[in-house]
Design a protein around this ligand. Sequence first.
Ligand SMILES: [Ca+2]
Length: 274
Amino acid sequence: MIVLIFLFALLWDTAAGWGFKDGVLHNSIWLERAAGVYHREARSGKYQLTYAEAKAVCQYEGGHLATYQQLEAARKIGFHMCAAGWLAKGRVGYPIVKPGSNCGFGKTGIVDYGFRLNRSEKWDAYCFNPNGKACGGIFTDSKHIFKTPGYPKEYENDQTCYWHIRVKYGQRIQIQFLDFDLEDDTACMADYLEIYDSYDDVNGFVGRYCGDELPENVISTGNVMTLKFLSDASVTAGGFQIKYIALDTPKKSDGKNTTTQDNKNYLAGRFGIV
Ligand SMILES: [Ca+2]
């Protein structure tokens, strides 16, 4: 009985962690794969996928479009995304956990756009894949080193990693690339690392990186950052080691500010705003 109570307390603790912590909703992206459901947008950006394309994206990664019920199950354990995506059978919607005036019309639940008559409309996608290889984590230490899974061995295919960094309020985050080698292609369409100057992978896009050229340092504007690593279904490479450190005061001399990034593998630099 005592063991049961203890286990329950432990589970409760974990569940409580999927809510607000220090005023930050800790359940949007880092639980992105909640219950095997995750959000995908086109590599060209938000709301660029027709129904057929959305279906293909999920299938390419070994899954399929999530059903409304699967999305709702994920939402119940904290999956929150402010982006409408295709679901199975041509339905469109998105999961809202935290009511907000700018997203979800102040309500919680699945914001349901219904079954779309026009399958050429462009949205994101919600995929379901319980066997997907997820990785990443949340970091609040003043410094940490991230590695691709299995490093120094080559990373595997079909990886999706999200690293979320949150340091103390008032601090900034400096990203240093110690080692970098991802499958190279001209537009970083296959395997890539993306850096966001925010706590999600929607806002504050800094750059998309691939190849084996060591990118320059990046410094955040605030105290949060998100790194997203994605590998596709074929060809792997050595992977990366990336270190972050919290900076107490803004330093402009030993790195590039996110607003002035101009690395060659920086997608925005090559192709305009993504
Ligand atoms: Ca690859």
